[in-house]
Design a protein around this ligand. Structure first.
Ligand code: AP5
Ligand code: MG
Length: 217
């Protein structure tokens, strides 16, 4: 099974992706996480990416497409979840080309919809675990004292792009560059849309139910 998670920053792609990966026992590939790892490795490429991420802009199609193609060809032959890719029409077309070459059936594109105004507080108060990448909401002023509810790590932080200025820019970039890509998928059979303004479990159950329904039909 191949699941492609779409949606604006903060709708819950990472949260749902983690649950879906456990449920279907398939790996999740998050381009945002891969890019942040590159930043942490302090390579020349990492320093270049750090500036883009902090500004809330998109990394170039060429860099991201290369990363995804390499990952998919190496270890994702039995299925995967894509979180944060594609994000432009160019990336969507590129993905369709690679998917035709991969030997797995069943692709579902899941778009999580939500009002932008509700996303700002979610992202401003998001805490990320450096050890297991779980995200949760909390009082960000106490981030150094926090314990990850998933793995118990004390190594929690606020992402550089979760400052208000970057959040607003990321939402604007989503509107300008990613939203137009939605039409590429909307009328295809694989399309699933869920309302992200519900509890985490409700959103998860809606996704599972929609996938089951599509498989039966
Ligand atoms: P990326 O890391 O993908 O960031 P994003 O798209 O901005 O999305 P987020 O990770 O911020 O949000 P999310 O939807 O995963 O929400 P989450 O589950 O954490 O990308 C970062 C950057 O990398 C981009 O800005 C870009 O520069 C670059 N990049 C990445 N991919 C790229 C690409 N393909 N092309 C070019 N550049 C690329 O949830 C958010 C918070 O809400 C959490 O605290 C969570 O606990 C909480 N929450 C989640 N669901 C619920 C719920 N139902 N109810 C209440 N709270 C909830
Ligand atoms: Mg995420």
């Amino acid at each position: 099974m191949r699941l492609i998670l779409l949606g604006a920053p903060g709708v819950g792609k990472g949260t749902q992706g983690m649950k879906l990966a456990e449920f279907y026992s398939i790996p999740k590939l998050s381009t945002g996480e891969i890019l942040r790892n590159e930043v942490n490795s302090k390579t020349e490429l990492g320093l270049h990416i750090a500036e883009i991420l902090k500004k809330g802009m998109l990394v170039s199609d060429g860099i991201v497409e290369k990363i995804v193609a390499e990952k998919l060809s190496n270890s994702y032959g039995n299925g995967f979840i894509l979180d944060g890719f594609p994000r432009t029409l160019h990336q969507a077309v590129y993905l369709s080309e690679i998917l035709q070459e991969l030997p797995v059936d069943g692709t579902f594109v899941i778009n999580i919809e939500m009002n932008f105004e509700k996303l700002i507080p979610r992202l401003s108060n998001r805490v990320t675990c450096a050890d297991c990448v779980y995200t949760f909401n909390g009082d960000i002023t106490d981030v150094k004292l926090m314990t990850c509810p998933k793995c118990g790590s004390k190594n929690c932080y606020q992402r550089d792009d979760d400052k208000k200025e970057s959040i607003i820019k990321r939402l604007a970039v989503y509107d300008e560059l990613t939203k137009p890509m939605i039409d590429y998928y909307r009328n295809q059979r694989c399309w699933i849309e869920v309302d992200g303004d519900n509890t985490i479990d409700f959103v998860f159950n809606s996704i599972i139910a929609s996938i089951k329904q599509k498989i039966v039909v």
